[in-house]
Design a protein around this ligand. Structure first.
Ligand code: HEC
Ligand code: HEC
Length: 293
């Protein structure tokens, strides 16, 4: 065999092995007992705000309709668009049941058994409690149907191939929920930070394939926007007190009197400002307990 032939042969073999891995690797999904707790739509409506569902799935200042699809989520892989999750049977999730919803939200798997892109923060939502999932579902069922399809993602090859998410998930993700004891303020804060408000989706760095890497909450570049570290040490260096953080999460004011900008504005406006005071305090208790991880 000539060298060229050897190289071509080698590349082909490599390609087929890759393909086989992609096809053989199963999606990490779990058959779970159906959630039977009754959903509270009123709690769910608050959660839709504090968990960021509204911010991503509603395009501000457009005639598109509430929960009928979001603005571009810009990433190094292209633009993602959060779809229509209104009660439209055709364009939204109007004909879903709680099982389908649970699988989407906590396991990142669509009704066809394919993976969602991690632009949908299912890796954080995996730790949501059954009650919170039921409440969210109850609230979404009451959202007025918008009969409009949303935009396709604008993602280039090879990231536009959903099958590629199989090995990605196999390497980088799990659907196993974190076990979080919410009976203490620190525990409640951890649940809010890690599961509900998914602070790490922006503040934890990622590798070149978009998977989170240490240091946890250690600061991350969001396509040119810097989401600074939010660990106890970072607050110490900036000379923030716990109260500074609690009030910042309510109105976005920094200790020096300036106001925060960029994507953190939405997090506060729709998210943390709609939480009860004790929840903002719990977030601060938790973050100030993070000496270094
Ligand atoms: C950071 C932005 C973001 C947040 C926050 C977010 N989503 Fe999404 N969501 C997306 C994207 C992007 C997709 C599409 C993913 C894909 O196509 O693989 C999606 C998909 C979905 C789907 C699947 C819809 C379908 O037709 O298959 C559901 C259901 C959903 N989100 C519900 C929620 C709920 C409930 C919340 C809040 C608890 C939420 N999302 C928060 C970005 C977000
Ligand atoms: C959608 C991405 C995103 C999410 C989610 C997010 N943040 Fe931020 N955050 C940012 C960005 C970007 C900045 C910097 C904004 C700027 O400098 O104008 C920031 C700034 C901050 C700051 C100010 C830090 C400093 O040094 O000035 C704090 C504190 C903070 N975030 C805490 C949180 C907490 C707590 C959560 C979860 C409840 C959270 N963030 C969720 C993107 C995000």
């Amino acid at each position: 065999m000539s060298l060229t032939k050897k190289i071509i042969f080698g590349l082909l073999a490599f390609g087929f092995t890759g393909l086989a891995v992609v096809l053989l690797v199963g999606l990490n999904v779990e058959e779970r007992p159906k959630i039977t707790v009754a959903g509270n739509a009123q709690n769910g409506a608050t959660l839709l705000q504090t968990a960021g569902c509204y911010a991503c799935h509603t395009q501000a200042e457009s005639a598109n309709g509430v929960y009928a699809g979001g603005a571009a989520l810009v990433s190094p892989f292209g633009n993602f668009y959060a779809p229509n999750i209104t009660s439209s049977k055709q364009h939204g999730i109007g004909d879903w049941d709680i099982v389908t919803f649970e699988r989407a939200l906590r396991q990142g798997v669509n009704p066809n058994g394919q993976s969602y892109y991690p632009a949908f923060p299912f890796m954080s939502y995996r730790s949501l409690t059954d009650q919170d999932v039921a409440d969210l579902f109850a609230a979404l069922q009451q959202v007025e149907a918008v009969e409009k399809d949303h935009r396709d993602h604008e993602v280039g090859f090879p990231f536009n191939i959903r099958l590629g998410l199989k090995p990605w998930r196999w390497l980088f993700s799990t659907v196993k929920p974190l076990k979080i004891d919410q009976t203490t303020s620190v525990g409640r804060g951890r649940y809010l930070v890690d599961a509900v408000a998914h602070c790490g989706e922006c503040h934890t760095p990622r590798n070149s394939l978009g998977a989170p890497i240490p240091p946890y909450l250690g600061g991350a570049d969001l396509n040119g926007d810097w989401a600074p570290p939010i660990t106890a040490r970072a607050f110490e260096q900036m000379e923030w007190t716990k109260d500074d953080l609690v009030y910042f999460l309510e109105d976005g004011m920094l200790p020096d009197g300036d106001f925060i900008g960029s994507s953190m504005v939405e997090v506060i406006e729709h998210g943390t400002s709609n939480m009860p005071f004790e929840d903002r305090e719990a977030i601060a208790d938790y973050l100030f307990s993070l000496v270094q991880r």
